[in-house]
Design a binder for this molecule. Structure first.
Ligand code: ZN
Ligand code: ZN
Length: 196
C-alpha cells in the first residue's frame, strides 16, 4: 500500500456515484461482483446538441471481475437524452443504452513493473475505480454526429424559417419552380429579379 506521502493528488472519493470499490473482490482472479445502481449524470455526458442532462438518472448494470492485472468492468448504462435537431432545431427527447467493457489495472502492479506511461490505460487507485471517463466515451461514441428529429427531417424553409415538417405543403406566393429552386439557391447572390 502506498503511504500517505505517495498518494496521487486527485485521490478518488469512494462516495462519488461513479467510483466503485473493488476491495470486496480481494484481488482473486475470477471473483466477481454484480453492481446495479442509479447515479446522477455527470456534466457533459454527450455532445453539444444531444446529451444526458446533468443530474438525470443513469441506470448502471455492471459486472466487476478480478483478473490477473486488475479488474475488468463490463456493463450497460441507460439514460434519457435531450437535445435538438440540427436541421430544424426541434427538441429531441430520446433514450440511450450503451454497453462498455474496460480493464482497470492495479496501480501498484504497474508501478512495480515500471511500465511505460500510457494515458490510454485505465488505472485503479487504491482499489477504487472511476467509471466516468468510460461512461462518457461510450455515450459519446453511441450518439449520432448530427441528431435529427426524424430521419428525413426537411429542415427549415430557407425563406421564412418555418419548420417544414410541420407544414409539408408550405409555399410562398412567389414560389419558384421547385426544379429551379436548388439552382437558384446556389446562385442567389448573383440573382436578379426572377420576373426580369
Ligand atoms: Zn428536425
Ligand atoms: Zn417559408
Amino acid at each position: 500500500m502506498p503511504g500517505p506521502g505517495s498518494e496521487p493528488l486527485n485521490t478518488l472519493d469512494p462516495r462519488a456515484p461513479l467510483v466503485l470499490d473493488t476491495r470486496e473482490l480481494g484481488r482473486r482472479p475470477g471473483s466477481q461482483r454484480q453492481v446495479s445502481r442509479t447515479v446522477p449524470a455527470p456534466a457533459d455526458l454527450g455532445i453539444e446538441v444531444l446529451s444526458v442532462p446533468e443530474g438525470a438518472p443513469v441506470e448502471l448494470d455492471l459486472r466487476l471481475e478480478a483478473v490477473m492485472e486488475g479488474v475488468l468492468v463490463t456493463g450497460t448504462a441507460s439514460a434519457a437524452l435531450e437535445g435538438e435537431c440540427v436541421r430544424c432545431l426541434e427538441p429531441i427527447h430520446d433514450e440511450i443504452e450503451v454497453t462498455f467493457q474496460e480493464l482497470f489495472v492495479y496501480d501498484d502492479i504497474r508501478d512495480s513493473e515500471g511500465a511505460e506511461e500510457d494515458d490510454e490505460v485505465s488505472m485503479l487507485q487504491d482499489d477504487l475505480l472511476d467509471l466516468e471517463t468510460v461512461l462518457r466515451d461510450a455515450v459519446v461514441l453511441a450518439l449520432p454526429f448530427q441528431p435529427l428529429c426524424q430521419d428525413d427531417c426537411p429542415g427549415l424553409c430557407p425563406e421564412c424559417g418555418v419548420r417544414l415538417a410541420d407544414e409539408p405543403d408550405h409555399t410562398h406566393e412567389a414560389a419558384i419552380d421547385p426544379r429551379w429552386k436548388a439552382l437558384t439557391a446556389l446562385t442567389d447572390e448573383a440573382q436578379q429579379d426572377p420576373t426580369d
